[in-house]
Ligand binder design. Sequence first.
Ligand code: 3HC
Ligand code: NAI
Length: 701
Amino acid sequence: MSNVVNYEILENIGVISVNNPPVNALAQVVREGILNAVNVAQGDASQALVLYCEGRTFIAGADITEFGKPPKEPGLPEVLLALENSSKPVIAAIHGTALGGGFEVALACHYRCAVAAAKVGLPEVKLGLLPGAGGTQRVPRLTGVEAALAMITSGNPVPASKAHAMGLVDEIIADADLKSGAVNYAQELVVSGASLKRIRDITIDPASIEPGFFDNARKKLALRARGQIAQDKIVSCLEAAVNLPMDEGLKRERELFRELLVSPESAAMRHIFFAERQAAKIKDLPRDTPVRDIEKVAIIGGGTMGGGIAMCFANMGIPVVMLEINDEALQRGLDIVRKNYTITVKKGKLPEDQMEQRIGMITGTTDYADIADVDLVIEAVFENLELKKEIFTRLDAVCKSGAILATNTSYQDVDAIAAVTDRPEDVLGMHFFSPANVMKLLEVVRGAKTADDVLATAMKIGKAIGKVCALSRVCYGFIGNRMLSGYGREAQMLLLDGCTPAQVDSTLENFGMAMGPLAMSDLAGLDVGYKARQSRGDLSDDPKLFRMGTVLVEMGRHGQKTGSGYYQYDPATRARNSDPEVEALIKAEADKLGIEQRDISAEEIIARCFYPLINEAALILEEGIAQRPSDIDVVYVFGYAFPVARGGPMHYADQIGLKSVYDKICEFRDRYGEDYWKLAPLLQKLAEEDSTFAQWAAENS
Ligand code: 3HC
Ligand code: NAI
């Protein structure tokens, strides 16, 4: 028997223990170990078997690192069949998270018991997959098809108490020691003569499914998870669970699982799974770098960002002091927080009493003396360097020694801000994304003098408040916003060249972006970009540059807030509608500039908008602003809603081939000039070597 799976008999119960840290993933040795143990147990004195896991969790799924490699025997279905066909009852004992293939192992057992804090789930869809070892066939037999659909298409885990109510878990174990609790439960089952409860023996009555149920599900999912092909196949599996005998349903599920396993969507989503975890690691910081305690936080500025950031900490039970410029602004800030929570309560996502509890965690002040004792300050005032410097001078004077001083600036120089203090080592950027209580990304910006423990603390607290952290060095716009500039520029240039706003946006939305760039500008307010451009001295005076954005703002069309921008907005529904007036205006501006408009293909729109991102990212890598290409993918997927099924801009570029990206950029450079299309030397080098960003990362890790 392998070292990672142990088998022992405790009294009359055979206990199979899996020990494959960190998450007991179903690597080949685990599959083999369980299979051997079940076989041995068939001929020994045990009367029932308990399947138990050491460490922090029950089996958390198939070993994702094995995907894409040649399969190794025994396969998971074989192991599950052995468990299901055991002549003695098998009881899965669950703690931590029983996920994916791990939960499917538990479902092949005859009984499932769990500690109250455990969770079970089928998260395969988040990896572009579907449960490939019976999950889609067994769950609906226990819960009904509707609940199974919700669980499998969301991929979200279910707490043990809910799983118990749904019939997925038979017993909640109250004992502090799960192993002995599970053995006791197994003994009770033996004494009561409990049968071998096989989920496969349950049938679902097709008449219980409303006509059109599956078609409706497909339509809804196509809208919700654009470009994610797994959702549709999950519906097919559930249809099979209703209409086919178990073994045929399992066969269908396996076929569809295999199709997904080799799909580019799943490869991209698995890339993001590992990229997210990798991004949390700072290359030159040991894992055991000490961290500072964060027990109280101050937020300076209670506007759009300050309010959302305050909520992130309050949600985790960390007290927050919001400091504003005067009582009126403070009240406005606190009101925004209350309004946001009220919306969450109305959506049924937060009980009302918890809302009051969370709001109670946030107090307000206009007096710096009230923030002298906080452990972390996050400044979120207007985007103005002089103002930020003024505030950091005051923070330096008032905050206790050891407090971390962070700025949420989008563009400003973190080193210049740190330089006004006597403690630049305690200063860094913590760049949240709007809405800050919702968006997952946190760019942690490392100043030239930021201390290691300050960085480690920021990454840790970021994770604790539910963010995905990615490290950036200091530059204008850091990783994400710096790359975005070419994307926005080309979206506008395309208008002058002959596209309509709807054509640009819908092409990028079909690509998978949640919202096209022009509609997004309308949402954020066209005046925001306009003002930002005015405050920059380094922009070219080319009249084509951001032309339509400027013209629209000067006409008073600031986007959704004024009812019109690139589009007209329905005042009641906020639905966007194409506006012939804008289309005529674009044509007139193009004429004025002597631009001959033409038909533009979807391929060109995609290349014009995304290739500047990729080119800028190559510069960012060369300059050491980002640690690795996969960090850039994390920034774009979690901060800019780049489609996860494309894996982020770097992964996407590798898939197209860097030579092809390079050739296209050369073509655009020859057509539009080097000012806008200046090739990044790294991109050129990798293209000439027929290499990829991933290969470069492996060589530079
Ligand atoms: N396979 C391989 N490695 C895995 C893994 C898996 N299924 N799950 C986690 N890991 C690795 C992580 O990459 C990480 O490695 P690192 O330390 O080198 O970065 C380490 O385990 C710890 O993971 P986390 O940092 O994510 O630890 P947390 O405690 O925060 O979370 C978890 C634990 C909730 C289990 C989370 O890791 C998770 O969600 N894992 C993925 C679960 C999953 O998707 N399972 C389904 C797999 S597909 C499948 O089962 C197909 C089947 O239907 C046939
Ligand atoms: P905002 O205009 O909504 O809020 C700024 C707040 O700061 C106002 O409530 C104002 O009263 C307050 N303030 C101004 N001077 C102050 C002072 N001296 N002391 C205390 N409070 C003061 O601005 P927003 O959008 O919240 O942006 C704040 C910062 O976050 C900026 O640096 C911005 O670049 C950055 N940011 C903004 C994002 C966005 O999408 N809005 C996204 C990420 C970062």
